[in-house]
Design a protein around this ligand. Sequence first.
Ligand code: ATP
Ligand code: MG
Length: 479
Amino acid sequence: MKNLFKDYPALRSIKLRLTLWYMAAIAVVLIIFGTVAYYLLRNNLYKNLDDSLRARVIELQVSLKIDGQRVMFDQKVNELVMIYDADGALIQRLGPNVQFSNIDRAVAQALFGESTYQSASTPSGPDVRLYAAPHNVDSQTRVAIVVGRLPNDIISMLAVFRQVLIYASFIVLVLTGFGGMFLAERTLKPVERITDIARGIGESDLSRRIDVESDDELGRLAETLNGMIARLEEAFQKQRRFVADASHELRTPLAVIQAESSLVLEKKRPQEDYRTSLELVSQEVAYMSDIVAKLLLLARTDAGSEPVDFQYVNVAALLTELAQDAEALAQEKGVAFKLGPMDSLTVRGDRIKLRQLYLNILDNAVRYTPEGGTVTCSLAGKEGRAIAAFADTGIGIPEEHLSLIFDRFYRVDKARTYAEGGTGLGLAIAASIAKMHGGEIQVESKEGKGTTVRVVLPLADTRAIAWTTPKLKTGKDQD
Ligand code: ATP
Ligand code: MG
């Protein structure tokens, strides 16, 4: 079937194919219906003929007089009537002279006392319908009386019926074709609309949607396509925002460097001024290279080209180690740092990247917690996952920003964070590292009260660890 559609381009239209299938189905129904109707009518007509033959024989029997070899009827006889004597010899024949094949069996059966019907073929023309019946002349003599009729009426009637059937079927088929075409056209109209609209949607007008609203397959198709376009639109918007943010982010330090250098170069200055300026320039350059390094990391992670070195990592050990850095950071800010319960858990991952992930989260917790606050870090295993929770009593994140903080360059309070040196890339990097390890980051926050960030990573298969690194049984971090 597929090849047929390929060979005949005209058949590639669903409309035409639907119509053809529709017509084929109707044709099958018409053939079955026509055949059944034809044979029912035919049987009925022949049964009527047989009944009238029988009635006629009974009539003739009443008016039949046989005197030795002489046969007489009281009434006029037009049809084919034959009388056979007890020996089966034809003694009388009336009506049209039709020759037909032998009817000895029917005659013999009649002489035996049994009536039968028979269709006897004639050399030319249709078969003759015969009825052979016994007739008792007196108590000893029995003859056979055979009445025959040509079923001409039936034959011509059936011929007319056949013709009516054929013409009617043809008309029905043609109407079905047009009807099918109309229906297919109507049904597929939305598909054409969807195609037209989808073709017209380009990168620049991704806000357009397919407005086919029906509660059927086509409605769902439109809905699915709309969902896809929405995701594309979002991805494009994110991309645009990212490029704009990145340029903006780099422009600010560049502007500072330009302003500073032109100011310094304006006239001759004491040695000390050059030193201060160069220190500022160096600071801005460091900031820019930090951004560029982070962007490069994100780009490589996106492309899957960032090299990763998977090992078994004891998360509790890693977090305890990081806690020392965090404690120093916290102390500087006047924030208390506490280590909560730590389950000894092992994940499979890149140690350096995991370190960066946890550090980014810890850095946020300390940075966004004012003096006097507390940051607590704990680790628990649940349902095959290592959940590291970082809870702070800091400024919190307003609900409407929660879904956006993982976007690149996104900061809740942009002005404040630039001054503090934040790039808005920390969580984006943390999220992409978590994703790389088959994990995720969950954030729970109350504005003004504090934030809890949970890093969820799948636990390593401990049987595999025992097999590959038996030393780990001592409980020490092996990487
Ligand atoms: P950096 O790239 O230096 O980490 P950043 O900290 O501004 O910069 P992210 O770590 O990505 O960037 O965080 C994005 C934003 O989410 C922050 O600017 C801050 O507004 C908000 N945020 C993140 N963690 C917390 C937290 N624990 N408490 C309050 N706000 C937070
Ligand atoms: Mg951060």
